[in-house]
Design a protein around this ligand. Structure first.
Ligand SMILES: Nc1ncnc2c1ncn2[C@@H]1O[C@H](COP(=O)(O)OP(=O)(O)OP(=O)(O)O)[C@@H](O)[C@H]1O
Ligand SMILES: [Mg+2]
Length: 370
């Protein structure tokens, strides 16, 4: 069976589209990939909408429609690249663009936009969307959802594996070798989000290419210690977070205490170390028996970050990207939502209560029929 996965993460960089085939023997094969960068002005609008203080209903509804059209185009594009007709695709799984993630609020919710009715209408393919809501309704965080896919795709019976996804936010999945042991996972905190925003503010770039700018700076130890003291890092899982917590205002509160203020490149070096250290600490504290770590997400392209991550994880024998397990690290998240669509279409649960904290397993998402 063939599926399309559409992912646009908290980095708000691009729509990642992947066409995959799923079978019981070979599991997953990538048929085609397509990445559609967000236009600069759309990214700015999404960031405005996503900022914690925004409450712009009209803009949210407009962008919901606009993204629906863009997601539909990305799905058609990747289907064409795969050389498939629409009737050969069982479903599109669309994550949507998160504009607010508040699973711990009095009225918990996680809001993704990118109208799935439009995707189904334009593509003529059944579309599964709104994956997080049902897990939250069952008492869960609604996140992370990728661990169930990581388990299906990357589990080994010999080695305890962990998968680390470094997107805007970083999340880990721990996959114990022994069947029956609980899979666990959570968001560790910032991945690329602070790095992106700091480099945008100071150099006007979308991201710190290869981590080159951070590599010119020196880690400011006092700042790093203070940032690492944020309550989120010490909170017990299940937990999930978003850029509404780890934003430049959050950083600014700590920077305001620093005399003299650190150099901009030293802050970039410190933020890179923060990502590396908090991922490593989460692994060391919660999953000390991990044998192998596989990294995915855009953060794998940040060479300096990968060096710092490996250095912080020196006790683990193997730190690789998911390419070593046959899946390109850039397409793991989009593939996860293609697989989650498969779970939904076949009536199977997509959440892991041991990860999200939900009271029970649930079939995720709503189906918008072809
Ligand atoms: N060459 C590179 N050097 C440094 N960083 C890079 C490079 N290429 C990509 N990145 C980083 O990866 C980010 C995009 O990663 P990705 O698409 O995995 O994140 P995301 O969209 O937030 O996804 P998700 O939330 O699903 O994990 C960019 O914003 C940037 O920070
Ligand atoms: Mg992305």
């Amino acid at each position: 069976m063939n599926y399309i996965g559409l992912m646009s993460g908290t980095s708000m960089d691009a729509i990642d589209a992947v066409a995959i085939s799923i079978s019981s023997d070979t599991k997953l094969a990538v048929l085609a990939t397509h990445s559609a960068p967000y236009p600069v002005e759309l990214k700015a609008q999404l960031q405005r909408l996503g900022s914690p203080s925004s409450s712009e209903l009209e803009l949210a509804a407009q962008l919901d429609t606009r993204l629906g059209e863009l997601f539909a185009s990305a799905a058609d594009e990747v289907r064409n690249k795969a050389g498939l007709e629409r009737q050969h695709i069982s479903a599109v799984g669309s994550h949507g663009q998160t504009v607010r993630h508040c699973p711990g609020a009095q009225q918990p919710f996680s809001l993704q936009i990118g109208n799935p009715a439009i995707i189904a209408e334009r593509t003529g393919i059944a579309t599964v969307a709104d994956f997080r809501a049902r897990d939250i309704a069952a008492g869960g965080q609604g996140a992370p959802l990728a661990p169930a896919f990581h388990l299906w795709m990357f589990h080994s019976r010999e080695r305890n594996r962990a998968v680390v996804n470094i997107g805007g936010i970083a999340n880990i999945s721990y996959l114990p070798a022994q069947i029956g042991q609980r899979v666990r996972g959570f968001d560790t905190g910032p991945g690329n989000t602070l790095l992106d925003h700091w480099v945008a503010k100071h150099l006007g770039h979308n991201f710190d290419a290869d981590g080159k700018w951070a590599a010119t700076g020196t880690v400011t130890v006092t700042l790093l210690e203070r940032l690492c003291n944020d309550d989120y890092f010490r909170a017990a899982p299940p937990k999930s977070t978003g850029p509404e917590h780890f934003d430049l205002d959050w950083l600014q509160r700590y920077l305001a205490e620093m005399r003299p203020p650190p150099q901009a490149q030293d802050v970039q070096a410190t933020l890179t170390e923060l990502t590396a250290r908090t991922i490593a600490q989460a692994l060391n504290d919660h999953f000390p028996s991990v044998d192998e770590i596989y990294v995915c997400g855009g953060g794998t392209h940040n060479k300096h970050l990968m060096v710092r991550l490996r250095s912080n994880l020196s006790s683990v024998a193997l730190v690789e990207t998911t390419a070593a397990l046959g899946l390109d690290p850039d397409w793991v998240e989009a593939a996860a939502f293609a697989w989650l669509a498969h779970q939904t279409m076949t009536g199977q649960p997509g959440n892991l209560p041991s990860v999200t904290g939900a009271r029970h397993e649930v079939v995720l998402g709503g189906i918008y029929k072809a």
